[in-house]
Design a protein around this ligand. Sequence first.
Ligand code: FE2
Ligand code: FE2
Length: 225
Amino acid sequence: MWVNVMAGGAARLPRHETRARAGTCKDATGMTHAINIIKQEHRNYLALLMCLEHLVADLKDSDPRAHCVLFHAIVDYIESFLDRYHHPKEDEYLFRALRERHPDSEDLIRRLEQQHADGYDLLKELKAALENLEERGGPGMARFAEAAKTYQAHQYDHMRAEEMEVLPLARKHLSAADWQEIDAAFTAHDDPLFGDDRRAEYRKLYSKIVRMAPQPYGFGIKQGG
Ligand SMILES: [Fe+2]
Ligand SMILES: [Fe+2]
């Protein structure tokens, strides 16, 4: 079922909707534009992590090097989009505003900032394990599987904390002016500041992953088929 989530496309809302919401702050369900974008990006991220998890589990008896191009594409997407834009914007806009408006959230914010920092380090280990896998094939699989498992568990916890703890507090304590600033920062992903070319690059990379991931995870060659 999650394949449909992954094949649904990179973080994106219909452009007419993003334009309409940018000025109004909240949609009909009371969600701000930034919250919708963050949740959509989490869904895409989750789909990638699940793809990685299932591929690693299924590859135990086959040559893992055949899938290194796909693993690289997944890691590249995480590094070039999520680690460069998603997480830093949460730090710089969402967490900063919540810290100011609701000082009791300090411990929570610190924990999540630390998780961002730890996530960058864990991704470095995942990349190193991937290079080792490419060089050594099967004997490199245990390290890669362990690195992938650790990274996924960390990111699942992190997204859960953001969605279950941070976003509800932010909805409760942030002002309309705060949301305007946060919405503008996240909307910049698909506005001139960010650039359509750059956004198109990430969509292309995400689509490439969906095309390469074997069925039933994506649209690629069926495993064992
Ligand atoms: Fe985050
Ligand atoms: Fe996030």
